[in-house]
Ligand binder design. Structure first.
Ligand SMILES: [Zn+2]
Length: 436
């Protein structure tokens, strides 16, 4: 099934920009995930930032991208990177990003391809496109300037996960900072993002209107819960994202409860090996190495059976939509001393969401009642409301463009900041023009 026909489905205007600078969201403007934004000015320079898909069932895609020559990918989460193979095959573009994002991209794309085949939904690109995308990477270190048309760009640490980047752009008339997904707080494997002064700040608002609990306290709560479960001879099943959250949880457990028998399963094991290849992106590579020697990595069926007698299993998928997490849950569900600990956002329509709302989940196509106790922890890798507002103030922009946010969340940021800076709420497909 062809989802994109070049030149036929784009809403992007072919008119030249006379002055100023234009931001056109293909996706992620007035929604979370599915990000893609084309920035263009009167020099004719055009840059795409991110091109993802929302991993819903079926997936949601951004609008078709107009002709471009360069795209910057902020990080390797699928809602920012998932559609890049379509782009490189159809437009022969350069993909810019950090070396770690480039390294991890192959695992993310292969997994997306595999899941789409298993689930039977169409994907706009195939394996050949993916190979093409892998050859299209131009990796950059943080702080290193590179040219895109008449502009200069460089990447900065975003704090969201190792290798995640913010993008600073200098055009002849404006300086722009694109936050990507950010966290200004330090986490076990990366330090937080630092504000960069700019004229125009494009800021994600996933957690607009919501404050996070104190992270060290939340980490302690998680460790205590795990110890309680182990104390009654249960297994703590912790579904976690493969890139970021899973490794953070392992670092926390290694630090505070090293006597536990902890197993790690799923594609996070392969992603972590790329972290070791890119130590400049890791907060403390030696501590990560110590943790890696300590945790038991699951690499086959017999390992998986052994893991059933562990104290803790950390595994994908983070939203219980597939992966080894369901295999484990199907076996652990019979013994009520076992418990499930959820540490991330559970999207509408995901397995984890169904489990929370209805106490049931689809396992291998059967709807199954789960009676295990479920506890949620707030270990987000996105800045909360106050962190977002403080970050915006410290960047001192004249204009603020709030994207990648639920409606309520961005309205809350708007009410707090709109008197201090001109605040824009983008809508997909409706360009925002900012004059010099
Ligand atoms: Zn992300």
């Amino acid at each position: 099934m062809v989802l994109y026909t070049p030149g036929r489905t784009t809403k992007y205007s072919s008119k030249n920009i006379d002055s100023g600078i234009q931001f056109h969201f293909l996706g992620g403007g007035n929604e979370v995930g599915n990000v893609g934004c084309v920035i263009e000015d009167s020099t004719g320079t055009r840059l795409l930032i991110d091109y993802g898909l929302a991993p819903t069932r079926p997936p949601k895609y951004p609008d078709e991208c107009p002709p471009i020559s360069d795209a910057i990918i902020t990080h390797s989460h699928i809602d920012h990177i998932g559609m890049a193979p379509w782009l490189t095959q159809h437009q022969n573009i350069r993909l810019h990003g950090t070396s770690l994002t480039a390294d991890v991209s192959e695992i993310m794309w292969r997994d997306t391809y595999k899941v789409s085949s298993i689930e039977g939904y169409p994907l706009a690109w195939d394996k050949r496109d993916m190979e093409y995308a892998l050859d299209s990477w131009y990796p950059h270190e943080y702080g290193e300037w590179f040219k895109v048309g008449a502009w200069k760009c460089r990447l900065h640490r975003a704090g969201h996960l190792p290798g995640a980047a913010m993008v600073e752009i200098k055009t002849p008339t404006h300086s722009i900072l694109w936050s990507g997904d950010i966290d200004t707080r330090d986490s076990p494997n990366t330090l937080g993002a630092i504000p960069v002064e700019c004229d125009i700040l494009c800021l994600e608002g996933t957690y607009g209107g919501r404050e996070h609990p104190d992270r060290p306290k939340e980490e302690q709560k998680l460790v205590q819960k795990v110890l309680d479960i182990v104390g009654k001879r249960g297994v703590a099943l912790i579904p976690a994202f493969a890139s970021g959250r899973g490794q953070d949880i392992l670092m926390i457990l290694h630090q505070y409860a090293p006597h536990l028998n902890v197993h790690f399963d799923g594609m996070g094991t392969r992603i972590t090996s790329h972290w070791f290849d890119n130590p400049q992106h890791i907060r403390d590579p030696n501590r990560l190495k110590d943790m890696w020697r300590w945790v038991k990595r699951v690499s086959g069926k017999s390992d998986r059976k052994k893991a059933l007698t562990a104290d803790v299993i950390v595994t994908t998928s983070g939203m219980l939509d597939g992966g080894p997490a369901l295999w484990y849950l199907n076996r652990l569900r019979h013994d009520l001393s076992n418990e499930i600990l959820l540490t991330g956002y559970q999207a509408e329509g995901s397995g984890g969401r169904k489990l929370l709302d209805e106490g049931k989940i689809n396992i291998f196509r059967n709807l199954i009642q789960i009676d295990l106790e479920i506890t949620r922890f707030q270990l987000s890798n996105h800045a909360g409301h106050s962190e977002l507002c403080n970050f915006a103030r410290e960047c001192k922009p004249k204009h603020l463009i709030l994207f990648h946010a639920p409606d309520e969340g961005r309205n809350d940021i708007f009410s707090e900041l709109s008197e201090e800076m001109e605040t824009h709420l983008p809508v997909n497909g409706r360009p925002i023009q900012i004059d010099p």
